[in-house]
Ligand binder design. Structure first.
Ligand code: NAP
Length: 263
């Protein structure tokens, strides 16, 4: 078998690719030769990502989508099939986070977290599988979190939502293993993006000091770049991972290997 990291001729949809990990995934797949659909609510940022990809000779398009809206997932899948001419890889990356314990989590925060982090993953994956099984196969990579594998104080809605993503990954992997559709997730740890800066900024004080303290608690003693997550997503979506399905891969500098605070 001639397995390859190359995505030439492949059509890839990355949700939440206007910034952060999603943007890194979009750039990485385009760099590997794929036609990429960039998506999110912020059209200005989305078009900048497309321009950056095109400036390097890659191929990308942008479709605005607010995944909280009814029908948005199906519409985005439809736009991708129309504009890219197919769908070989779906990366469910869009995600939001509210920092609160249960008594302090409002109904609106709980429902919004579930809408973006869980419902959209399910609706998009369902629509993708309907297409992929007819097309003869494909790969889905979900962006879960190490906080879906383990609990984290003050983040009950987010942890619940990422736990659900991990179970969607396992169940769909089993259901579609014989149809040539592989379903995996990555579980990022501390990745330096807007989301991480937002979490730490809410604590008050010096952001740089918070980032340093966080890095000091990771076995590898550093945070990761979004590109380091994107490389693992690419691997799971590629032919190189042809016998890998139902896996939830920690990308966390060693955090998941420890039972408590790392000395
Ligand atoms: N950073 C970390 O340390 C870390 C750790 C574990 C897991 N993760 C997960 O990794 C994924 C990406 O996170 P990130 O750190 O890159 O965060 P980020 O920089 O905040 O990016 C989040 C992305 O999601 C999109 N998004 C948010 N709400 C949306 C909505 N209603 N409809 C459509 N798109 C929406 C945003 O696009 P628009 O603003 O344009 O809508 C943006 O592109 C998330 O699923 C997150 O939970 C991150």
């Amino acid at each position: 078998m001639n397995a390859t990291w190359n995505f030439a001729g492949k059509a890839v949809l990355v949700t939440g690719s206007t910034t952060g990990i999603g943007e890194a995934c979009a750039r990485a797949f385009a760099g590997g030769g794929a036609r990429v659909m960039v998506s999110g609510r912020d059209a200005h940022r989305g078009r900048r990502v497309v321009e950056a990809i095109e400036a390097r000779g890659g191929s990308a398009a942008f479709a605005a989508a607010d995944l909280r809206e009814p029908g948005a997932c199906e519409a985005l899948l439809g736009a991708t099939l129309e504009r890219l001419g197919g769908l070989d890889v779906l990366v469910n990356n869009a995600g939001i986070l509210h920092s609160a314990n249960a008594p302090d989590t409002s109904d609106a925060q709980w429902l919004e977290t579930m809408a973006v982090n869980v419902n959209a993953v399910f609706y998009l994956s369902r629509a993708a599988v309907r297409h992929m099984r007819a097309a003869g196969g494909g790969a889905i990579v979900n962006i879960a979190s190490e906080w879906g594998l383990n609990g984290e104080p003050n983040h009950v809605a987010y942890c619940a939502s990422k736990g659900a993503v991990i179970q969607i990954t396992r169940c769909m992997a089993l259901d579609h293993a014989r149809e040539g559709i592989r379903v995996n997730s990555v579980c990022p740890g501390e990745i330096h993006t807007h989301m991480l800066d937002d979490i730490l900024s809410r604590r008050g004080g010096d952001l740089a000091a918070h980032l340093q303290a966080l890095a000091a608690g990771v076995p590898m003693r550093r945070l990761a770049s979004p590109a380091e997550v994107a490389h693992c997503v690419q691997f799971l979506a590629s032919d190189l991972a042809s016998y890998v399905t139902g896996v939830n891969l920690p990308v966390d500098g060693g955090n998941d290997a420890t039972a408590g605070p790392y000395p």
